[in-house]
Every structure is written in structure tokens, then in C-alpha cells.
Design a binder for this molecule. Structure first.
Ligand SMILES: Nc1nc2c(ncn2[C@@H]2O[C@H](COP(=O)(O)OP(=O)(O)OP(=O)(O)O)[C@@H](O)[C@H]2O)c(=O)[nH]1
Ligand SMILES: [Mg+2]
Length: 564
């Protein structure tokens, strides 16, 4: 440990990164990665940072293992007093009990000390279910504390999580198992963790039927050797009648080993350093597993985002081609417009020359309602329906496609909106469309005003003024006749031709083309923004997507550099 300060800073940076690296989607492996992340954050808080700050602090030995293996019984037996409850009901220990010499108490009470995140109590009985109870005893040698942890394998999941957290804070793991249980899978998982972290480890095989000690030890040691744990210190404890709930001389080897460890500062220091180095060295692999899970999440989120982007882009294309088909000029709009300018009759007059057109239009608009505005209104409401339908269909498709993909359903469930609400355009979409269309109409009229310039007189003479020309321009924008058939085509064609004629008479051919294109682009632009707003409802469910694996790997390699 050459540079404790740089290492501490690098660990703090890693911790901050881990904290913000959420694994929200339930993808394969996400559960394990979440657990790995929690364990690493806990170990940083509970153990690494406090240990790096105080390398000379007392050594903490944590008794971990299966329920009923005798962890609490061993703890009480080592102390010679009942400091923790042992019992026949499984699991017995829910709240951990830490026993230390009175001289060492201040270190374990310290807010910046080991396991500082757990609430403390020094009362005789546990307060609540999760706090750490501190007990002092003169039976222990100063410099070494023992902690009786909950089990790793009962039905109580909270116990396992706490046990894993406590083992993460240990300078020394004392793994307690029994002759009957040592071949179980769960204990070996934990031994695998101890191995990955190169934590100092000792094993107690408790409750061995007298006479079988050698056989059990032999078999168990072979299993350890198979897993490259052959060098582990193993104690065997024969099962005898308990005296006042405590194990007798059978526990002496464990007791004296711990006492000599506590008494030998150099050996203690070496053990503390080895576990610390092991924990630090285990970080890159652990981070890498979390980073891979983050990559999976990012990839999945990207795929979901892609579905949304593509589907809403399609919605805009759908609206655009609806404009191309001239569908918007169907029905009422045509009637209004026909009423406004007439068709056949108007056309023949148009052919007779501009002056005749003027006369006709002047005649038409000298009195009565303003059908140009009705036509514009109708156009807008048609456009509203087309747009809303396109957004409705896009939203429904996105929901259906997300539901069919891993993580998608979960992302949907995270929304404050119901699936029904998500499956259609946002409730205020009509208002938004109306607002945009009104703004667009303004824009078109401004275009006409701007273009008219010195031709403004002609415009005025031609019709009731700018408005009429504006509607003519709007009609021109929607008047591709591609998809319209039969009689409607003729009408629409005629209608469009009339629009075209009015505009051409005012502005000339090239300007009309430019104006129509400009107006159309502006409309599509507005609709595109509107779709984007609606799409945001889905994008927001995917988070900002910035928590990727590589930045996490980077801080982990910074840590390696700091340690080097
Ligand atoms: N006879 C005998 N009984 C033991 C011995 N060790 C444990 N027991 C009994 O086994 C039962 C379980 O022991 P505990 O010490 O509560 O086991 P634990 O590992 O703390 O269990 P959890 O707290 O549930 O994880 C108790 O009834 C003990 O009395 C032993 O060496 N000899
Ligand atoms: Mg117990």
C-alpha cells in the first residue's frame, strides 16, 4: 500500500460512479450484477475506506456460515458469557453482535469506522432487526474483535444480504460449518467469494460426531484443495453436551489461535494488509462484471429507443404522404373552396385574362361570409385528425413493440401514465396541433405579405386580400392529387388548379413554387417537433442512457494506477 491517499481518492471516485450506475432493467444477469454492485459499494463504505484511514485499527473477525452451524454458540463460548442468542429456532440471529475489548470500543463506535452505516446499539438486546449491537468483554484480547453474523442460507433473504455485507467488512472470515452441512452449495459460494477477494480465512467444522474428526477433516480438506483453498486453516470441533449453552475445551484451539493473533501486532498487521490488498485487487474483476451488465442495459435501452425513433419518424412520413395524396382537400374543404372561387366558371374567366379574374373575385367577395376562412378552418381540422391518428398509431405500435421485448415491459411499467394512456397520443395533443397550425397559418400569411411587396395591390384587387391568397397557398401545399380518384380527383384537380392560377396571377410561377415549398417545409417542421414532444414520453422512460460500462472500467483502472 504505497499511496493510501491516492488510493482512497480513486476509491471514492469509483464509489460515486457505482452509485450512479443503476441497472434498472431485469435482463439476464442483472440481478447478480445489482447484488455485486451493492456488495462493492457496501464494502467500500463498511471496510475499504475506514481500513485505509486506520490501518492500525483492531482486527475484525466475522463468524459467517449456515444457519444452526453454531456461530452464536461459538461466540458465547469464546467470550464466556451469553452475549448473543443461540437457539433451536432457525434462523436465530437476525441482528449482528460485535464483541470487542473495552479498549477497542471507540473504534467500533466511530462514525468513520468500520460498518459505520449500520445503526449502533450498546443495549443488552438488539434494537430493531438490522442494527449492530456492540458488546465489550474483558475475555477478548485488545486488538481483535469478533462479530456473530446472521446466516447465509436460511429462508430469510435479509439475513443473507446482511451476512454478505458483514463478511465484506471482515479482516478475517471465520467460516463456521458442520459435519452435516459442509458439502452444501451455498457455503461454497461464500468460500468462493473469500477466495476471489483473497480475504484471510479460517474454517471451523463444528458439531462433528466424536470419533469422526479425522475422517471429516480429511474429506473437507480434499474439497478445499480441489478449489485451490488447500492452505486454509481448518479447526474441527467435536459435538459434546453443552455446558450452560457453551462449548467446552473442544473450542480451545480456536480460542488460542485468536488470542495469539490478537497478541502479535506484526502478524495481525500482516493479516489486515493481506485482506485489504486482496479486496482491492478483486475490484477490477468485480467492476468488470458490473460494467458488462451496464453495457447490456445500455444496449437494450438503445434498442428500445431505436424502436421509438424509427416509429415516430415513420409517423411523420405517414403524415407527409397524406399531404401528398391530397386527402386533406377531401370533402368539406373542397366544398368551401369551390364556394370561394368556383371551379369551371372561374377557370374559364381566368383564361379570359387577369382583369376578368379581378372582376369575378371582387364580385364574389363584395358581400357575405368569408368562405376562405371556413376553408382554412376545415383544412386545419382535417390536418388535426390526420396528425392525431398518425401519433395514436405510432404510440400504440411503440407500446406493442416494447411489450414484446426484454426490458420493454418494465420500462413501460415505470411510467406514471397507464398503458392505455401511453398507447395513444398525449391527451393534450389536439391542443398542441391546433396551436401549431394556427402558428403555421400566421406564418403562411406572413409569407404572402412578404412576397406581395409591390404586388400587394394586385393581391388586394384579386381577392379580399392576403387571407384569400394565403388560403390559396395552403390549398396549393395540400393539392398533390396522386391518391385521389374519380370525381373527387377532378374536383381536387380543379380546386388545385384554381389555387395555382390565383397564386400565379399574383406572384408568378417560380415564386409560387418557392412559396409552396417553404410553407410545406415549415408545416412539416412544426409537426416534426410535435411528434418529438410526444415521443419524449417514451424516451424519458429510458433514462439518460449515459451510465455505460466503459467509464466505470476507466475509474477502476485509475484505481489500479493509484495502487501501483
Ligand atoms: N451439543 C451441541 N450443540 C450445539 C453446538 N453448537 C451449536 N449447538 C446447538 O445448535 C443450535 C444452533 O446453534 P446457534 O449457535 O444458534 O447457530 P447459529 O449458527 O448461530 O445459527 P443462526 O443464528 O440461525 O445462523 C443451538 O440449539 C445450539 O445449542 C455444539 O457444539 N454442541
Ligand atoms: Mg446465530
Amino acid at each position: 500500500m504505497t499511496n493510501a491517499l491516492a488510493t482512497t481518492e480513486a476509491i471514492e471516485a469509483l464509489r460515486a460512479h457505482l452509485e450512479s450506475s443503476e441497472l434498472s432493467l431485469d435482463l439476464p444477469g442483472a440481478h447478480e450484477a445489482r447484488r455485486e454492485r451493492t456488495e462493492l459499494i457496501d464494502q467500500i463504505d463498511d471496510y475499504l475506506l475506514p481500513r485505509l484511514r486506520r490501518l492500525d485499527a483492531p482486527l475484525l473477525a466475522v463468524l459467517g456460515g449456515s444457519t444452526g452451524a453454531g456461530k452464536s454458540t461459538i461466540t458465547n463460548s469464546l467470550v464466556g458469557v451469553d452475549v448473543t442468542q443461540a437457539g433451536v429456532l432457525r434462523p436465530t440471529t437476525r441482528a449482528p453482535v460485535l464483541v470487542c475489548h473495552p479498549e477497542d470500543l471507540s473504534w467500533f463506535e466511530d462514525d468513520a469506522g468500520v460498518l459505520a452505516g449500520l445503526p449502533r446499539s450498546t443495549s443488552a438486546t438488539a434494537v430493531g432487526s438490522i442494527g449492530l449491537r456492540l458488546v465489550t468483554s474483558d475475555a477478548l484480547t485488545p486488538g481483535l474483535a469478533i462479530l456473530d453474523a446472521p446466516d447465509i442460507d436460511s429462508i430469510e433473504v435479509a439475513n443473507h444480504d446482511l451476512a454478505a455485507q458483514l463478511l465484506g467488512a471482515a479482516d478475517l472470515w471465520i467460516f463456521v460449518t458442520t459435519a452435516a452441512r459442509y458439502a452444501d452449495a451455498v457455503p461454497w459460494e461464500y468460500l468462493g467469494l473469500a477466495q476471489e477477494r483473497a480475504a484471510a480465512l479460517a474454517i471451523v467444522i463444528n458439531r462433528i460426531p466424536p470419533g469422526s474428526e479425522q475422517e471429516v477433516k480429511h474429506h473437507f480438506s480434499a474439497m478445499l484443495a480441489d478449489r485451490s483453498l488447500g492452505a486454509t486453516t481448518v479447526f474441527t470441533v467435536s459435538e459434546r453436551e453443552l455446558g450452560e449453552g457453551r462449548i467446552g475445551p473442544e473450542l480451545d484451539p480456536v480460542r488460542s489461535w485468536l488470542q495469539s493473533l490478537a497478541a502479535d501486532a506484526a502478524q495481525r498487521q500482516e493479516l489486515v494488509g493481506a485482506t485489504l490488498d486482496g479486496a482491492l485487487a478483486s475490484i477490477p474483476d468485480r467492476v468488470d462484471r458490473i460494467a458488462s451488465a451496464l453495457d447490456d442495459q445500455a444496449e437494450r435501452l438503445e434498442a428500445l429507443r431505436d424502436i421509438t425513433t424509427r416509429r415516430y419518424a415513420q409517423a411523420l412520413i405517414d403524415i407527409d404522404s397524406e399531404l401528398d395524396r391530397g386527402t386533406l382537400l377531401r370533402g368539406e374543404v373542397l366544398d368551401q373552396w369551390r364556394e370561394f372561387v368556383g371551379t369551371g366558371a372561374f377557370m374559364s374567366k381566368l383564361e379570359a385574362g387577369v382583369s376578368k379574374v379581378r372582376d369575378t373575385l371582387r364580385g364574389m367577395f363584395s358581400s357575405g361570409p368569408t368562405p376562405d376562412q371556413q376553408a382554412a378552418g376545415q383544412l386545419e381540422s382535417n390536418l388535426l385528425v390526420v396528425t392525431r391518428d398518425a401519433v395514436d398509431r405510432a404510440a400504440l405500435d411503440v407500446v406493442e413493440q416494447w411489450e414484446a421485448r426484454k426490458g420493454g415491459e418494465q420500462a413501460l411499467a415505470a411510467s406514471s401514465q397507464s398503458i392505455t394512456a401511453l398507447s395513444r397520443a398525449s391527451t393534450d395533443i389536439s391542443g398542441q396541433i391546433e396551436h401549431e397550425l394556427a402558428a403555421w397559418e400566421e406564418y403562411v400569411l406572413d409569407l404572402v405579405r412578404e412576397q406581395s411587396g409591390d404586388k400587394v395591390t394586385i393581391a388586394r384587387t384579386l381577392s379580399t386580400g392576403i387571407n384569400g391568397v394565403g388560403v390559396a397557398l395552403m390549398v396549393a401545399v395540400f393539392s398533390q392529387t396522386g391518391g385521389i380518384t374519380g370525381g373527387e380527383a377532378a374536383v381536387a384537380g380543379g380546386t388545385a388548379a384554381v389555387s395555382q392560377a390565383v397564386l400565379t396571377a399574383v406572384f408568378g410561377e417560380q415564386a409560387v413554387r418557392d412559396l409552396a415549398r417553404d410553407a410545406r417545409e415549415n408545416l412539416i417542421d412544426r409537426l416534426s417537433k410535435l411528434l418529438e414532444t410526444d415521443r419524449q414520453r417514451f424516451d424519458a422512460l429510458l433514462g439518460d442512457g449515459t451510465a455505460l460500462g466503459d467509464p466505470l472500467r476507466d475509474v477502476s483502472s485509475d484505481l489500479q494506477k493509484a495502487m501501483a
